[in-house]
Design a protein around this ligand. Structure first.
Ligand code: GYE
Length: 330
């Protein structure tokens, strides 16, 4: 099949790489070689799960962009478990896919399986979340947001909000999945941003696993144990939305009695922001699909990729949310 929007040079590069991959196991894989054959790139993608609105939008972006880029996507949902991701990656290696991409649920414990992919000659692209592997040759590139920066933006807003005031500000924090890059970094960036203001303190911090239901139950325990909460910082919209339910059930007004800062800016979060129930959202874009497909094609063609590809993002106040909401795609 003749494919659209792919240059002859890239195409021949792709063919060369798939031919090599075919020879790697001594096999005689069909499809690589003659023009007119099915020379599609195969991308194995291991997704974290479906824990949040962000994740659902991310999955959709990856599936749709693979289809429009003419990439054969093998998609695997790990249901939040690292061991599922490791076995999905091993399966992709056995299937001799051209490229592997995955969004690591936690940062540590990847060296062995990444080494297996490297030994098999299959390039790996980290998508959305980082790993803590010291050997950066184990992956080609890492595409995603700067989570420390996101945490900083959240903290900077808070510092500004209480500028010139010396009263104690009690903050509770709902952390993302324990050991995940966004939870580690969003905590770090936020703590850095508020540290020069000793009146602003984090009085409680616990994981809500990036899930709405957990955000609600953890917020319930925060409300029971800590009567004077001024601010909630939730590492994603979903946990913030769950917490809003708990706050309302406790007879308090979210956004007024307790100020709320979240990260992501998915439609439900933006709606709560426009309604005055959330005060500030730091955007984290899940629309990584198109760039990922581009990088996958380049990796399959043997090109050297930039080691870090950053996503561009912004922040939203309540007023900005009202303007943005009609255009929000996810
Ligand atoms: O913020 C959260 C999701 O890794 C950036 O994971 C992602 C985070 C996102 O569950 O909603």
């Amino acid at each position: 099949m003749v494919r659209r929007n792919i240059s002859a040079a890239v195409l021949s590069g792709v063919l060369a790489v798939s031919a090599l991959a075919g020879c790697g196991g001594g096999g005689d894989d069909a499809g690589s070689g003659n023009s007119g054959g099915d020379d599609k790139i195969t991308l194995g993608f291991s997704q974290v799960g479906a824990e949040s609105g962000w994740r659902t939008a991310n999955t959709k972006s990856i599936q749709e962009s693979a289809a429009s880029a003419g990439i054969d996507l093998k998609f695997s949902d790990a249901q939040g478990k690292q061991e599922n991701q490791i076995s999905a990656i091993r399966n992709f290696i056995t299937q001799k896919v051209d490229v592997i991409a995955f969004s690591p649920v936690v940062t540590s414990g990847w060296d062995a399986v990444l080494k297996e992919a490297k030994d098999a000659g299959i390039p790996v692209i980290l998508t959305d979340r980082a790993v803590d592997s010291q050997d950066t040759s184990l992956y080609e590139t890492f595409i995603g947001s700067d989570f420390v920066e996101e945490g900083k933006k959240a903290g900077d807003w808070l510092v500004k909000e209480y500028e010139g005031k010396t009263d104690k500000v009690n903050v509770v924090e709902l952390q993302g999945t324990t050991g995940s890059a966004p939870a580690i970094d969003r905590q770090k960036g936020f703590a850095e941003a508020i540290k020069a203001n000793p009146n602003i303190t984090i009085v409680k911090s616990q994981t809500g696993d990036f899930k709405r239901a957990d955000g609600k139950t953890v917020m319930e325990t925060f409300l029971q144990s800590t009567p004077d909460i001024d601010v909630l910082y939730a590492h994603n919209d979903d946990m913030g939305l769950g917490a809003i339910e708990a706050i309302e059930a406790a007879g308090k007004k979210p956004g007024t009695d307790i100020k709320i800062i979240t990260v992501d800016a998915v439609k439900d979060g933006m709606t709560a922001l426009a309604d005055g129930k959330i005060n500030f959202i730091v955007e984290c874009s899940p629309l990584l699909g198109p760039q990922l497909m581009d990088l996958a094609k380049k990796a399959a063609a043997g090109e050297t990729l930039e080691k870090r590809v950053l996503t561009e993002e912004t922040t939203f106040t309540q007023e900005q949310a009202k303007t943005e909401l009609p255009n929000r795609k996810y």
